[in-house]
Design a protein around this ligand. Structure first.
Ligand code: ATP
Length: 298
C-alpha cells in the first residue's frame, strides 16, 4: 500500500530581526535558516520516515527555488513528483523572528494554486485500490474535488487536513474518509469543538474524524463513538509543525497495521508530536526515521 500526498511544497526562509518593522521602515536582519516546508511536503516526509512508501506530488514554479527544492528532497525517503506550473516563482514562506519569540510569516501559494486538475489526476495514474490519498487545503477547489472524485472511483482511502481554511471545504466533506483538524479548524468548519465537531463532520459524510487539541491531546470520533487520547508529556520548545507530524504518524501507524485509524495510531502520533514540540523548527524538529520506527514498533 502506498500513500500519495498531493499538496504544496515551499522553501521556508527564516530571518532573525531585532523587532518587527514599522510600516515604511528598512531594517537589518540575518538569514537564520533555509529549509523545506509546506504542509503537503511536511506530511509526506513524516509518512515516508515512518516507512510508508510515499509519493509527494507538488507544484513548483519556473525559478531557482525549484532546483533547491528538488535537491533538498533527495535527502528524504519519499518519491518526489514535482510538477512545473505556470508560476514565475515556487512557493515560499518568509518567517521573521524576534529575540522575544514573536514571529510574522508571509506565505505565497501561487504555485500550489496553479496545479490544475489534469496534472494532479495524471499523478494519481498508478494509484490502486487500498492506497491512501492525503490532501490539505492549499490546492484550488476544482483540483481538490477532481482528485477526490478520482480517488474514490479508484478505491483509495482519502485523508484530508482542512488547513489553511478555505470557504469551500463543506463541498468536499462527503468525499473524505479521514479528517484530521485542529481546534481552530473544527470551530470554523462546524461551529463546535472536540467530539461535537467530530459528530458534525460525520453527519456531513466524513468517515472518521480526529480533532487535535494541542497540549490537551486529541479526540477520535467515529460511528463507534468518541474517544479522548491525551497528549504525551513534552518539554515545549516550539510547537510549529506538531499538527503535520501528528497527522503523518497517525495515518502511517494505521496504514502499516492495515487498520482504520485507532487509539494506538493516535498514541503513536502523540509520542511523535511530543518530540517535535521539544525541538526548534519544523522539518528539522520532526523525529528521524529511526525515532519513528522505535515509536511504531513499541
Ligand atoms: P501546528 O499548527 O502547531 O502544527 P496544530 O494546531 O495543527 O499544530 P495541535 O492541536 O496544536 O495541532 O497539536 C497536534 C498534536 O501535537 C496534539 O494533539 C498533541 O498530541 C501534540 N501537541 C501539541 N502541543 C502540545 C503540547 N503543548 N504538549 C504535548 N503535545 C502537544
Amino acid at each position: 500500500m502506498r500513500a500519495f500526498v498531493i499538496g504544496n511544497i515551499a522553501l521556508d526562509e527564516t530571518y532573525s530581526i531585532s523587532a518587527l518593522p514599522e510600516a515604511g521602515a528598512s531594517i537589518f536582519g540575518e538569514q537564520a535558516s533555509r529549509s523545506l516546508g509546506g504542509k503537503g511536503c511536511n506530511q509526506a516526509i513524516v509518512l515516508s520516515r515512518c516507512g510508508v512508501e510515499t509519493t509527494l506530488v507538488a507544484a513548483v514554479g519556473m525559478d531557482d527555488r525549484a532546483i533547491a527544492i528538488g535537491r533538498a528532497l533527495t535527502r528524504e525517503r519519499l518519491t518526489p513528483n514535482l510538477i512545473p506550473v505556470d508560476s514565475p516563482t515556487s512557493d515560499i514562506s518568509i518567517i521573521l523572528t524576534t529575540p522575544d519569540g514573536e514571529n510574522s510569516i508571509i506565505t505565497t501559494r501561487a504555485a500550489a494554486a496553479a496545479l490544475d486538475e489534469n496534472a494532479a489526476l495524471d499523478a494519481l495514474g498508478d494509484a490502486a485500490s487500498g492506497d491512501l490519498l492525503v490532501l490539505q487545503g492549499n490546492l484550488s477547489e476544482e483540483t481538490t474535488l477532481a482528485i477526490l472524485n478520482a480517488a474514490r472511483s479508484k478505491g483509495l482511502n482519502t485523508a484530508f487536513n482542512p488547513s489553511p481554511l478555505q470557504p469551500w471545504f463543506a463541498s468536499v466533506l462527503p468525499l473524505i474518509d479521514i479528517a484530521v483538524l485542529n481546534r481552530i479548524e473544527a470551530e470554523a468548519l462546524t461551529g463546535e469543538n472536540g467530539a461535537e465537531a467530530g459528530a458534525f463532520l460525520l453527519r456531513a459524510g466524513v468517515g472518521l474524524v480526529i480533532v487535535t487539541l494541542g497540549g490537551q491531546g486529541c479526540v477520535l470520533v467515529s460511528n463507534d463513538g468518541a474517544t479522548e487520547v491525551p497528549a504525551a508529556p513534552a518539554a515545549i520548545v516550539d510547537t510549529t509543525g506538531a499538527g503535520d507530524c501528528f497527522t503523518g504518524v497517525a495515518l502511517a501507524s494505521a496504514m502499516l497495521r492495515g487498520v482504520a485509524v485507532d487509539v494506538r495510531a493516535l498514541e503513536d502520533a502523540s509520542r511523535a508530536a511530543a518530540i517535535t514540540v521539544g525541538r526548534r523548527g519544523t522539518q528539522d524538529a520532526f523525529p528521524s526515521h529511526e525515532e519513528l520506527m522505535a515509536i511504531l514498533r513499541t
